[in-house]
Design a protein around this ligand. Structure first.
Ligand code: PMV
Length: 318
């Protein structure tokens, strides 16, 4: 029996969340310690069966809801492959990326499924990073409304990316982090809907356009400086810029008491910088550490209520 498998990593946004929706640059990086996997095998009866044990979901594709993300991913590959119908298949998706916490679990599961299915259908062209990123973007639109495109890009490319949303084509610049950076990724345990938070920021921006444009522009400057600092190995600058970005996210109202507690605890314990990551109002924060403070910062995050602390290194091939 033929089996095709693919996986995609989690991700963190290092700089520029929210502002990226409005055309400012942002930087995201893969978190390879957590992943989503998809396994596609030939089925034994007509139809496509999808199972996602982590989501406690299993169903036939033809019976799925219109807005089901995994079903949409399968249909998009079918369309892109120009097939009137899919052959009998069994698709299984698993993930250890925490959901609704800013680590890109939705994008990663969709990307893994799209790549595995494209391979299984004998379409390596559709399994290329750029095509996986584009198809994953279409899936992201179902639940996120107006995604900037950064999540699907970073999980498909599996590299740090400098990203600008723009017409007719987004600017996507994968880049190397010169000096490895260690990040602690700490979960508030509070789930948050990206769609709701992005929608709320949109409403607030409509009420106070110039205030929000100033905040977004300042985030853009920070992302540009951070891009330079990351490529030059200026770790202390990266940390300072994270703190500045966090202050702007607070001003945008997307931080929260739980996030503030973790950010403050990390900085007090010696982190070089700390900020929320992703949509905010819950989910994860990131703290930049070095060998001398990593243990103390981890302990401080746990004491401040983090429900899970991951460590990830940027700039080292895993
Ligand atoms: O919550 P996440 O990790 O999906 O992050 C969303 C990032 C935003 O900038 C808030 C939205 C977007 O589409 O870029």
């Amino acid at each position: 029996m033929r089996v095709s498998e693919a996986s995609a990593p989690g991700k963190v946004i290092l700089f520029g969340e929210h502002a990226v929706v409005y055309g400012q640059p942002a930087i995201a990086a893969p978190v390879t310690q957590v992943r989503a996997w998809a396994r596609v095998r030939d089925g034994d009866q007509a139809g496509v069966y999808i199972s996602a044990p982590d989501l406690e979901e299993e169903y036939w594709l033809h019976e799925s809801q219109e807005d089901d993300a995994l079903a949409a991913a399968a249909r998009l590959v079918q369309q892109a492959a120009g097939l009137a119908m899919l052959p009998p298949l069994h698709i299984r998706v698993q993930s250890d990326i925490p959901i609704a916490s800013g680590l890109g679990s939705g994008a990663a599961t969709a990307a893994a499924l799209i790549r595995a299915l494209a391979q299984h259908l004998g379409r390596p062209d559709l399994a290329r990073d750029e095509r996986v990123a584009d198809l994953t973007y279409e899936v992201e639109k179902i639940h996120h409304g107006t995604p900037s495109g950064i999540d699907n890009t970073v999980v498909a490319l599996e590299q740090p990316v400098y990203f600008v949303r723009r017409e007719p084509q987004n600017l996507i610049e994968p880049f190397s982090v010169v000096r490895p950076l260690t990040l602690l990724v700490a979960d508030t345990g509070v789930r948050s809907s990206t769609r709701d938070v992005v929608g709320d920021v949109r409403r607030r921006r409509q009420e106070a356009p110039s205030h929000f444009e100033r905040l977004f522009a300042a985030c853009g400057r920070i992302a540009r400086d951070a891009h330079r600092a990351l490529q030059a190995g200026e770790v202390a600058d990266v940390g300072r810029l994270m703190n500045e970005n966090q202050a702007l996210l607070q001003a945008m109202t997307v931080s929260s008491p739980a996030l503030e507690r973790l950010v403050n605890a990390a900085v007090a314990a010696g982190a070089l910088g700390a900020k929320l990551s992703g949509a905010g109002r819950g989910g994860n924060m990131i703290a930049l550490v070095d060998g001398s403070c990593e243990t103390a910062v981890r302990r401080a995050l746990e004491q401040a209520g983090a429900t899970r602390v991951l460590v990830t290194t940027l700039g080292l091939r895993s």
